[in-house]
Design a protein around this ligand. Structure first.
Ligand code: TXE
Length: 481
């Protein structure tokens, strides 16, 4: 009998009301790995009722107690990090080494960050000439609906759970049906840490069924979502009639701009990571590389050489840099862009022919790095989020041309700029359409700063006090004396 997950409601593990389950496959082998509850509205409602009940006490709990519990959860995740990393890899396809270096350390950091942020939260008081004091009151909202994606499963999940419960809310979480394993393991950690029943509830299932039911539930006033832009639109439409508070962290198609004064060795090294880390399945990946004409040939030579050195294979092998992509459907979506690039006159520096994997990996969902040049910015390959190891490299002459190419899309999540010219760095920081701009680096994350997209990359900001304020009702009380 395959491992069968259960929903986590009110501190108990319970089967879905329908008794139905979704097959979940190991992306490296294509083999059936475990079963995920195919939950629906009844399961979501059961979880919301438990969360509502728990809210009565949790919303009045001491901040120090919430911080203690968040740190306790982090302690247990630290103790379990190897098995969490292995599960994340088995579920999503990423190398275990990446889950150990990125995902699980960030899970622990998320928990500890908000344990500290809530204790050190500042509220303001203003005096008025008219003899009055205005002070800010930040109160929990109620039951928060948290919907998370499959690319960084537990990393994104805890980045929502931690601030939501730190601020005194209770939560109903709906992880991606493609990567439910670590969320299910996290439920046991919640119990072991001593979090009161009903504070955290996790319901597994498909987006249009369980996810939609959560968004539409009348007793869930606030929704935090990370996923694709198309889904973000559907969620915004479903939430609108009830004027729900929304945070939407959506897709990206991020420019990576290399000027001719850049440190090319570092720029190409980091650009390879930005292109192919996590199989290119990070919303912040730099998949559109723009290189100033004078250094274009040298950059392409360096980039291709370094990409060719990447090891793609067994996710359990510490030397593997990339594993398979998350699903067969996603593999087919990514590979379809190779055909589109050919039709649009693209020239392949790598990946036009995809190597066949053998042995136990023959049926896995593999995509090897694809590097394409010579495409216009109008090509779908340059405009659509592919969310896989596919990058385009395009040359430009002037800074103005680079900015125009970079800003030319409906996305605005992140951007990278490689230059030694400090004035240019600050100038581009001002004018690039992106919520996060990195200069001479990539994916260097400070959890205190606002994080989120512009344009079709999202609504709202997460991170630091922005998350705590998102998950709070903020009031002003004016007292005349
Ligand atoms: O995300 P989806 P998917 C992008 C990337 C990817 C695309 C789709 O391009 O190919 O989004 O990926 C739930 N009501 N990113 O299919 O569909 C769903 O069950 C409520 C970028 O994984 O957006 C899952 O839990 N919920 C992104 C979550 O939404 C719904 C990371 C994400 O699913 C729903 C992941 C509905 N109608 C994908 N439909 C990033 N910015 O990091 C789905 N869901």
């Amino acid at each position: 009998m395959k491992l069968t997950l259960a929903n986590f409601i009110d501190g108990d593990f319970v089967a879905p009301a329908s008794g139905a389950y979704i097959d979940s496959f190991n992306p490296a082998t294509g083999a059936l790995d475990h079963m995920v509850p195919d939950s629906g509205a009844a399961d979501i409602d059961r979880a919301v009722q438990a969360a509502k009940l728990a809210f009565k006490d949790w919303s009045k709990s001491k901040i120090e107690e919430r911080a203690r519990l968040l740190n306790r959860i982090a302690d247990i995740c630290e103790e379990r990090k190897k098995e969490l990393a292995e599960a994340e890899s088995r579920d999503q396809g990423k190398p275990v080494s990446l889950a150990l270096a990125l995902d699980i350390p960030r899970v622990i950091k998320n928990l500890r960050f908000f344990a500290s942020a809530i204790v050190h939260r500042i509220e303001t008081v203003n005096r008025m000439d008219e003899g009055a004091l205005n002070y800010t009151v930040k109160r929990p909202v109620g039951v928060a609906g948290l919907i998370s994606p499959w690319n960084l499963p537990l990393y994104v999940l805890t980045w929502k759970i931690a601030p939501a419960i730190a601020a005194g809310n209770t939560v109903v979480v709906k992880p991606s049906e493609m990567t439910s394993l670590t969320a299910w393991m996290f439920a046991s950690i919640i119990n072991e840490a001593g979090v009161p029943d009903g504070v955290v509830n996790i319901v597994f299932g498909r987006g249009p069924l369980a996810g939609q039911a959560l968004v539409e539930h009348p007793d869930v006033p606030i929704i935090s979502f990370t996923g694709g832009t198309a889904t973000g639109r559907a969620i915004a439409a479903a939430a609108a009639p009830r004027l729900k508070r929304l945070s939407l962290e959506l897709g990206g198609k991020n420019p990576n701009i290399i000027f001719d004064d850049a440190d090319l060795r570092e720029a190409s090294r980091m650009s390879v990571r930005a292109a192919f880390l996590n199989q290119g399945e990070i919303c912040l990946c730099g998949s559109r590389i723009y290189v100033q004409e004078k250094v274009y040939a040298e950059f392409c030579e360096r980039f291709v050489r370094q990409a060719a050195e990447l090891r793609i294979g067994d996710p359990r092998d510490p030397k593997s840099f990339m594993g398979p992509v998350v699903s067969k459907a996603h593999q087919e979506k990514i590979l379809s862009y190779i055909e589109i690039a050919k039709k649009d006159g693209g020239r392949f520096l790598m990946g036009e022919e995809q190597p066949k994997m053998s042995g136990e990996f023959a049926n896995g969902y593999w995509v090897h790095p694809v590097i394409i040049t010579g495409l216009s910015n109008e090509s779908r390959v340059c405009r659509e989020e592919i969310f896989g190891p596919v990058v385009t490299i395009t040359s430009f002459k002037t800074e103005e041309e680079a900015v125009e190419l970079a800003n030319d899309l409906p996305y605005g999540l992140s951007a990278s700029v490689w230059t030694k010219d400090v004035s240019r760095a600050h100038r581009l920081g001002e004018i690039l359409h992106a919520g996060t701009i990195w200069v001479n680096t990539w994916m260097l994350r400070d959890l205190r700063v606002p994080f989120g997209g512009m344009k079709e990359s999202g609504i709202g900001r997460e991170g630091g006090t922005h998350s705590l304020d998102f998950f709070s009702d903020i009031k002003n009380v004016c007292v005349k004396f």
